[in-house]
Design a binder for this molecule. Structure first.
Ligand code: SF4
Ligand code: SF4
Length: 368
């Protein structure tokens, strides 16, 4: 059985605003059926780090909020705190960062709630019976919400290979200790011949696990490193490689098990929107956004997280890589995320299907 994924390409034959079309997509995907009167509706998004420009702009979020209210729901914007050092590691900094990036009641007309509370400890244990975890810890506000609209900016990811809806939900809404458990299989390794001892990774590492050794090469203290993967993307010379204590699929499977925890009890209550625009090679957790690897493609909507994830991945594969970006020279049909990150990010999609979260078989319905 296939799922329907609605697709609004960037090109509008009818010359309609993409903001309005995004709202229409929500309707086509079934928002009215997902939201009952007075439902508390979590709008899961990424508020972006300061300096990052890849996250979905507040003008879209305001439209989404408007549509949820029209369906008689009570929307609030949410995300959980990060594990790494940055501007979203606790609720106070997180909210300040969100407001700096343009997300406030005045702009989006909905309150902001950090899902796992002030310091990341406001979480609920949800049974999932997965390969890695019997239960997962999810930000309480996400668990207690009646319905959810998941707004995803599609991009690459240095450790997971691909950053789509599954990662947005699973990694995004896991509480801080859950994020630690998801990352535990990752091990960075420095190539001595390539390292210039510039020190960027030393400054970036959230737990000060890296130092410059006496031979002028970065050294990782594995007793301290918790495997966040940030140093791999931090190194401007590609001197830190991804190694896995088990295999490269473990992180993706763990993310999916957390996504399953978020979605437990919300059957028929979640609508997904994925923006295949400004498709950067790296996560939006960075304080910059690298050049998009493909042209802006459009926005997808579905009630099936697996189908929308597969469709987003396929659309980027089918696009031609942009000159001047890390996608340069990659033609239609090449798997750009795998080539750029060195990680095959499709394991998450397959495992999500295995866990019964949806289907990889989809019908793409183009709408204007
Ligand atoms: S993966 Fe890299 S940045 Fe993350 S904790 Fe380990 S050494 Fe530090
Ligand atoms: S960022 Fe890269 S080149 Fe610079 S010290 Fe770290 S590993 Fe070496």
């Amino acid at each position: 059985m296939s799922a329907t994924v609605f697709f609004a390409p960037m090109r509008s034959q009818m010359k309609r605003s993409m903001v309005t079309r995004t709202g229409s997509l929500l309707g086509r995907a079934g928002l009215a059926g997902a939201v009952a009167e007075n439902d508390l509706v979590a709008v899961k998004l990424h508020f972006g780090e300061t300096g990052n420009t890849g996250f979905v702009h507040p003008i879209y979020i305001r439209e989404i909020v408007k549509r949820i209210r029209a369906a008689n729901g009570k929307p609030f914007l949410t995300d959980a705190n990060t594990l790494y050092r940055g501007e979203r590691a606790n609720a106070v900094d997180h909210l300040a960062c969100a407001i700096h990036n343009g997300f406030s009641y005045a702009t989006v007309e909905a309150p902001l709630v950090i899902a796992d509370g002030l310091d990341g400890r406001d979480a609920v244990e949800v049974p999932v019976g997965g390969r890695h975890f019997q239960s997962v810890r999810i930000g309480a506000a996400a668990v207690h919400a009646d319905a959810m609209v998941v707004v995803t900016h599609v991009k690459g990811h240095e450790a997971a290979g691909f950053g789509g809806a599954l990662k947005n939900v699973g990694m995004g809404l896991g509480c801080r200790s859950a994020k630690q458990r998801m990352h535990a299989d990752f091990r960075p390794e420095v190539t001595a011949e390539t390292c210039t001892a510039c020190g960027r990774c030393v400054k970036w590492c959230p737990v000060s696990a890296i130092s410059i050794g006496p031979d002028r090469v970065a050294e990782v203290d594995y007793a301290i490193c918790y495997g966040c993967g940030e140093c791999v993307a931090a190194c401007p010379y590609g001197a830190i490689a991804t190694q896995w204590k088990t295999d490269a699929n473990a992180l993706q499977e763990k993310i999916v098990e957390h996504a399953a925890g978020v979605l437990t009890g919300k059957e028929g209550k979640v609508v997904y929107l994925s923006f295949v625009t400004a498709v950067s090679p790296d996560c939006d957790c960075w304080s910059f956004s690298d050049a998009p690897i493909v042209p802006d493609i459009g926005v997808l909507a579905s009630t099936d997280i697996v189908a929308i994830e597969q469709a987003a991945y396929d659309l980027v594969v089918q696009a031609v890589g942009l000159p001047g970006s890390l996608g340069e020279g990659m033609g239609a049909g090449s798997d750009k995320f795998s080539a750029i990150t060195g990680v095959d990010g499709t394991r998450a999609i397959a495992y999500a299907e295995e866990m019964g979260l949806g289907t990889r078989t989809y019908e793409l319905v183009t709408v204007d």
